[in-house]
Design a protein around this ligand. Structure first.
Ligand code: FAD
Ligand code: NDP
Length: 312
């Protein structure tokens, strides 16, 4: 019987682990085994430099930041299992947690910090060229020889799309940022970055509809969403940066979700719709989705969990 089980290992999960461990609750974290296609440590392991996490004036690499958080969790007594949670039973307390490896255990309190996963467009030809020219992580794949010196396309208009385009511009002959509207969603600072980069060209009001090639991606059929006209665009890489879906499948519909699939929590708290279940980080945050916010809500979940255990 565990006091606290934490599901997920991004900034939210690790902050919850540090706080609950320091409160002598001996938390057990399931950090996931490529759950949702993401390594333990979460989304920041797929990026390069983090410049906006307080305490690192020179910036810090995403993977290193997560390694340091993990070290801090362990140092204070949190336990880690590199396993993915397959399902949970929230119908009674203690809650039951079942892992993909077949493990089963019970917990008085659950902290859900399972984050979010990159979305794909599922265009024609996507399965054939997945990892043969199509990817959802420029930072992970951009330096591969098949992309060097080539024309590459990034789809999306948010901060991720710009970050990915800027990263790819270091290797590519040209990067085309393809966006479905005529205005970027990204922050002003990121927009300035893309406009200052001579290797990035923005293609407005356009979407890819089909990928073609022989063994590797050679081009895309693209559609102008205003005129509906289509054209062919020769390119060797297509990178999706169209946002993320919250990782909630293992919850089996037992918690209330909003219309976009994010866990609903009582405003101002991390309390989910079942008493004793707390949600933090991107899995419950459709608005901010920033590492420091995820960490802050992980702290809230830990304090909420501690109070709940004291009261029950
Ligand atoms: P996540 O980081 O999503 O981690 C969740 C973890 O839980 C994952 O490892 C996942 O595999 C695991 N998991 C999922 N399901 C299960 C399960 N069933 N069982 C066990 N484990 C599971 N934010 C910033 O503030 N600054 C930045 O510079 C910045 N750059 C970014 C760059 C990119 C490319 C991306 C994609 C995001 C960036 N963000 C940035 C956003 C930031 O990464 C997220 O806000 C933050 O990581 C969310 O943390 P989290 O703890 O909620 O979850
Ligand atoms: P966002 O949700 O912010 O942006 C997604 C983009 O993809 C939007 O431009 C959207 O278009 C487009 N899009 C969505 N669905 C489709 C589709 N089916 N077809 C074509 N285009 C589509 O996600 P991000 O991943 O960019 O950012 C997530 C969070 O992470 C944000 O809070 C962001 O600030 C943060 N982040 C911060 C960074 C930083 O601070 N350095 C770096 C990276 C991410 P539309 O605009 O029309 O809706």
């Amino acid at each position: 019987m565990e006091n606290v089980i934490i599901i997920g290992s991004g900034p939210a999960g690790h902050t919850a682990a540090i706080y609950t461990a320091r409160a002598s609750l001996k938390p057990l974290m399931f950090e996931g085994m490529m759950a949702g296609g993401i390594a333990p440590g979460g989304q920041l392991t797929t990026t390069t430099e983090i410049e906006n996490f307080p305490g690192f004036p020179e910036g810090i690499s995403g993977p290193l930041l997560m390694e340091r958080m993990r070290e801090q969790s362990l140092k204070h007594g949190a336990r880690m299992a590199t396993e993915t949670v397959l399902r949970v039973d929230l119908s009674r307390r203690p809650f039951r947690v079942v892992t993909e490896a077949g493990g089963e255990m019970e917990a008085r309190v659950l902290i859900v910090a399972s984050g979010a996963t990159a979305r794909r467009m599922h265009i024609a030809g996507e399965d054939k060229f997945w990892q043969r020219g199509i990817s959802a992580c420029a930072v992970c794949d951009g330096a591969l020889p098949l992309f060097r010196g080539k024309v590459l396309v990034v789809v999306g208009g948010g901060d991720s799309a710009i970050e990915e385009a800027c990263h790819l511009s270091k290797y590519a002959a040209k990067v085309i940022l393809m966006h479905r509207r005529d205005e970027l969603r990204a922050s002003k600072a990121m927009q300035d970055r893309v406009r200052a980069n001579p290797r990035i060209e923005i293609m407005w009001n356009t979407l890819p509809v089909e990928a073609y090639g022989d063994k590797f991606l050679a081009g895309l059929r693209v559609k102008d969403v205003k005129t509906q006209s289509s054209a062919e665009l020769a390119c060797s890489g297509l990178f999706y940066a169209i946002g993320h879906a919250p990782n909630t499948v293992f919850l089996g519909g037992q918690l209330d979700l909003d219309d976009a699939g994010y866990i609903r929590t009582v405003p101002g708290t991390t309390q989910a719709s079942v008493a004793g279940v707390f949600a933090c980080g991107d899995v419950q945050d459709r608005k901010y989705r920033q590492a420091v916010v995820a960490a802050g809500s992980g702290c809230m979940a830990a304090l909420d969990a501690e109070r709940f255990l004291n009261d029950h």
